[in-house]
Design a protein around this ligand. Structure first.
Ligand code: PLP
Length: 378
């Protein structure tokens, strides 16, 4: 059943003709009761699977206790989540908001305030969100053009080209902004040597090294933060998508080692640090044990190897369960054909199929998804 026809909703999305009403684990159901194996997870959001009992119980309990107070006061769930994230980051302080783009805005403001310098160096092909600041630092001209002029003083360097980065960074650069694995730009992994070069340039110029872990964070790549794979610590990072398993949240996490930046009055969000959302997010953090993360890595290897063996796939890229398969045909056609067969997958750019299943996915489900993809791609 499609409830969307003629609906009073602005047409900013190219939605599929599918209305989903219920989810459980890795499975989604439409109104007719048809089941879909979800290999998109709300685009790398529902890491623990739909309606996972731990964040569900935490959110339920908090809904019965307290929904909202102003950030003029403290709440226990907000502080407890900040403590968990700080411990994971090796000492950091958190600002909470409601989405990835908002977290990026907070990061850009933090870098400006901490350094006093206006310049931002981001990467070609990057994606940081659709608000005016986040769009300004998104390295995809097609997304920016209709909204220019945007923020000034933004330069784009080429990913995995340290020379290009070095040429873009100047004494006026206040922020070097990277996604450890570019998501929307086609699933491209940044090399450890390139990320290390960014760290060195930030140290030399006094810029803030800012990692956008909105998509890569919270276990998606097999580590809590994707930057753990390359052993380079940022001065600050952003989280959002997977943090509360589907409840809206964003977070800027500033390392204890970074320069002081924000003072009272510099930034705010009415709903940021919402107690219900933070309680769910703490439950998510508690589920992401080393053992759990090791399974994400193992299953990611199984899925990547299976994809690489399929017809029509030119290259498989990514880390953990954040994978992109570059195709010899438009990815949108494959997405539709998979949905008809009960498998939900996504696209990154036009010819890249994106697979970001819930992190709890089993090898049996991976085999099933590969079987559907083989049938569609044959
Ligand atoms: N940053 C990255 C790396 C993203 O992938 C996204 C969304 O896809 C965003 C920022 C923006 O997040 P949101 O859609 O929650 O504003």
């Amino acid at each position: 059943m499609n409830v969307a026809t003629q609906s009073p909703v602005l047409p900013v999305y190219a939605r599929q003709d599918l209305t989903l009403v219920r989810g459980e684990g890795t499975t989604l159901y439409d109104a007719d009761g048809r089941a879909y194996l979800d290999f998109l997870a709300g685009i790398a959001v529902v890491g623990l699977g739909h309606c996972h009992p731990a964040p569900l119980a935490a959110a339920h309990a908090q809904l019965d206790r307290l929904w909202h107070v102003s950030n003029l006061y403290w709440t226990e769930p907000m502080v407890e989540l900040a403590q968990r994230l700080s411990a994971r980051a090796g000492g950091a302080r958190a600002f909470f908001c409601n989405s990835g783009a908002e977290a990026v805005e907070a990061g850009l403001k933090y870098a400006r305030k901490a350094t006093g310098k206006p310049g931002v160096v981001a990467l070609s092909g990057s994606f940081h969100g659709r608000t005016m600041g986040a769009l300004s630092v998104t390295g995809q001209s097609g997304k920016r053009e209709a909204f220019e002029p945007l923020l000034a003083h933004v330069q784009f360097a080429d990913p995995n080209d340290a020379g290009s980065l070095e040429a873009a960074v100047t004494s006026e650069t206040g922020c070097i902004l990277l996604e450890p694995v570019q998501g929307e730009g086609g699933v491209h992994v940044l090399e450890a040597s390139f990320v290390a070069a960014a760290r060195r340039l930030a140290d030399e110029t006094g810029a803030v090294l800012l990692f956008d872990e909105v998509q890569t964070g919270v276990g998606r790549t097999g580590a809590f933060f994707a930057h753990e794979h390359v052993g380079v610590r940022p001065d600050a990072l952003m989280l959002a998508k997977g943090l509360a398993n589907g409840l809206p949240i964003g977070c800027l996490l500033v390392s204890d080692d970074a320069a002081e930046g924000f003072a009272p009055g510099d930034h705010a969000s009415t709903f940021g640090g919402n107690p219900v959302t933070c309680a769910a997010a703490s439950a998510v953090c508690d589920e992401l044990t080393d053992e759990f993360l090791a399974t994400v890595t193992t299953n990611g290897v199984v899925l990547a190897a299976g994809l690489a063996a399929l017809p029509g796939i030119r290259e498989v890229r990514g880390a953990g369960l954040m994978l992109g398969a570059e195709l010899d045909r438009p990815a949108a056609d494959v997405v539709s054909a998979c949905a008809e067969r009960g498998l939900l997958v996504g696209t990154a750019v036009a010819d890249v199929l994106r697979l970001t299943p819930p992190l709890i996915v089993t090898t049996t489900e991976i085999e099933h998804a590969l079987g559907v993809l083989e049938e569609v791609l044959a």
